[in-house]
Design a protein around this ligand. Sequence first.
Ligand code: TRP
Length: 347
Amino acid sequence: MSDPTSAPAFTPRVFSGIQPSGGLTLGNYLGAMVKFVDMQDRGDFETVYCMVDLHAITAKLIEPATLAHNTRELCAGFIAAGIDPEKSILINQSQVPEHAQLGWIFNCVARMGWMDRMTQWKDKAGKDAERASLGLYAYPALMAADILVYHATHVPVGEDQMQHLELTRDIAAKFNHDYGVDFFPLTETVVEGAATRVMSLKDGTKKMSKSDPVDASRINLTDDADTIAKKFRKAKTDPEPLPGSLDGLSARPDVRNLVNIFAALEGTTPEAVLASREGGMLGHFKVELADLAVAKLAPISTEMARLMDDPAEIDRILARGAERAREITVPILQRTYEIVGLVGHAP
Ligand code: TRP
């Protein structure tokens, strides 16, 4: 057993991942990517952002060409949203094999009982768990490996991922305890606030979703300016004027959602948006919102389209990202193997 007394100091490092399951929305942008860019630009952290393609194949079968397209499109979305592949490490998971390799070790650390308690597993596998893939069950152990193969200290995610982050800490703690080391950090969750949760434009009580059959319920990052403007102008609201403060919106989720989106796009707060608009009519507010959204989002869809015109360049960016990632992941995996007692991995 290794010396348990010397606690290493961990480099402040952010890791987060998004599944390349197709169709980026305003929800992905405001809920995740804006935060990712902010953490990249603050300079307090090294930042690693990942298209988790191995996670994307845990559910239903995806057409191979579609998976490849979605992965490249997500990469284009990251870059168009402001992720700079020089400042951040931008990768697709499968191209950095240490994720899956550490994932196996963690399959042997995590307990069946822990996995059984995962609400996302229960939701996704449903009543027909017998027919779910083994990969779907092991999904959270691979996610823990994504994070810990970088010794990441901070992980920005949506609220729905908090349980997976707790499991990540449980795995790190059990590994450290079982092997008498202080090797893996207990990663902090950085949760996005309710204010950044973007709801459907047709039902303010439902999350904006790429799988909603009604396209007008969401803004796709690939929508052009006219489409973006039209969707906001036709968003569901009510005939009442805007209140001067948030209390007045507690029973008006559709309007609350538009106010949240406005604030997030503008980089202010919902309170500030309302303060200067008390008594304003929603028809007018929606036009203002449409203009703001077009100004902010049209450049993103244009840039995504430009990047998608040259998939070979995207592939070069991802290959370069993998090379940089492996400078971190290869030594951490090697040390893990050594700690476990697997032969042939001493530096
Ligand atoms: N499970 C995450 C989601 O569905 C995606 C993900 C995979 C992830 N690995 C990760 C997020 C590591 C953060 C860190 O949103």
